[in-house]
Design a protein around this ligand. Structure first.
Ligand SMILES: [Zn+2]
Length: 91
Protein backbone atom coordinates (compact mmCIF):
# COMPACT_ATOMS: atom_id res chain seq x y z
CA UNK A 1 0.00 0.00 0.00
CA UNK A 2 2.01 2.89 -1.29
CA UNK A 3 0.35 6.20 -2.03
CA UNK A 4 0.78 6.73 -5.72
CA UNK A 5 0.25 9.87 -7.64
CA UNK A 6 -2.92 9.27 -9.55
CA UNK A 7 -3.52 12.00 -12.06
CA UNK A 8 -7.11 12.84 -12.67
CA UNK A 9 -7.71 12.36 -16.36
CA UNK A 10 -10.45 14.44 -17.81
CA UNK A 11 -11.87 14.20 -21.25
CA UNK A 12 -11.61 17.28 -23.36
CA UNK A 13 -14.93 17.70 -25.03
CA UNK A 14 -14.59 18.24 -28.75
CA UNK A 15 -10.86 17.66 -28.80
CA UNK A 16 -9.62 15.83 -31.84
CA UNK A 17 -6.55 13.66 -31.69
CA UNK A 18 -3.95 15.01 -34.10
CA UNK A 19 -2.72 11.55 -34.80
CA UNK A 20 -5.78 9.37 -35.29
CA UNK A 21 -8.28 12.15 -35.73
CA UNK A 22 -10.83 10.71 -33.36
CA UNK A 23 -12.88 13.14 -31.38
CA UNK A 24 -13.52 12.92 -27.66
CA UNK A 25 -10.66 10.57 -27.05
CA UNK A 26 -8.30 13.16 -25.68
CA UNK A 27 -7.85 13.25 -21.96
CA UNK A 28 -6.02 15.93 -20.07
CA UNK A 29 -4.23 15.45 -16.83
CA UNK A 30 -1.31 16.74 -14.83
CA UNK A 31 1.63 14.49 -14.39
CA UNK A 32 3.92 14.19 -11.41
CA UNK A 33 6.00 17.12 -12.62
CA UNK A 34 2.98 19.40 -12.64
CA UNK A 35 2.81 19.49 -16.39
CA UNK A 36 -0.37 19.36 -18.33
CA UNK A 37 -0.47 16.33 -20.53
CA UNK A 38 -2.86 15.55 -23.32
CA UNK A 39 -3.28 11.95 -24.12
CA UNK A 40 -5.30 10.01 -26.63
CA UNK A 41 -6.79 6.90 -25.17
CA UNK A 42 -7.37 5.55 -28.63
CA UNK A 43 -3.92 5.54 -30.18
CA UNK A 44 -1.75 6.39 -27.24
CA UNK A 45 -0.79 9.81 -28.50
CA UNK A 46 0.36 12.11 -25.79
CA UNK A 47 1.97 15.48 -25.60
CA UNK A 48 3.03 17.72 -22.79
CA UNK A 49 1.78 21.22 -22.68
CA UNK A 50 4.33 23.64 -21.39
CA UNK A 51 2.61 26.86 -20.65
CA UNK A 52 4.64 29.92 -19.78
CA UNK A 53 2.66 30.59 -16.66
CA UNK A 54 2.79 27.03 -15.49
CA UNK A 55 6.51 26.87 -16.19
CA UNK A 56 7.12 30.06 -14.30
CA UNK A 57 5.13 28.82 -11.39
CA UNK A 58 7.03 25.59 -11.40
CA UNK A 59 10.29 27.45 -11.50
CA UNK A 60 9.38 29.51 -8.50
CA UNK A 61 8.50 26.38 -6.65
CA UNK A 62 11.84 24.85 -7.48
CA UNK A 63 13.89 27.89 -6.70
CA UNK A 64 11.99 28.54 -3.55
CA UNK A 65 14.29 27.75 -0.73
CA UNK A 66 13.20 26.27 2.45
CA UNK A 67 12.54 28.75 5.12
CA UNK A 68 15.39 28.54 7.49
CA UNK A 69 14.54 28.44 11.12
CA UNK A 70 15.12 31.80 12.65
CA UNK A 71 17.19 31.71 15.75
CA UNK A 72 15.48 33.27 18.63
CA UNK A 73 17.45 36.25 19.71
CA UNK A 74 17.11 37.45 23.24
CA UNK A 75 15.84 40.94 23.23
CA UNK A 76 17.84 43.30 25.30
CA UNK A 77 16.21 46.42 26.42
CA UNK A 78 18.67 49.12 27.13
CA UNK A 79 17.41 51.81 29.30
CA UNK A 80 17.68 54.95 27.37
CA UNK A 81 18.33 57.39 30.10
CA UNK A 82 19.48 60.41 28.26
CA UNK A 83 17.46 62.82 30.19
CA UNK A 84 18.53 66.14 31.49
CA UNK A 85 21.58 65.79 33.55
CA UNK A 86 21.39 68.07 36.48
CA UNK A 87 24.94 69.04 36.99
CA UNK A 88 26.03 70.61 40.10
CA UNK A 89 26.42 74.17 39.15
CA UNK A 90 27.91 76.57 41.55
CA UNK A 91 25.62 79.28 42.36
ZN1 LIG B 1 -5.42 9.26 -31.12
Amino acid sequence: MSPEHKPVKRFIAGAVCPRCGVMDRIVSYVDSSQRSVRECIDCGFHEKLVEPEAAAELETRVTKKRSQPVKAQPLKFYKNVRGKNTKDSPG
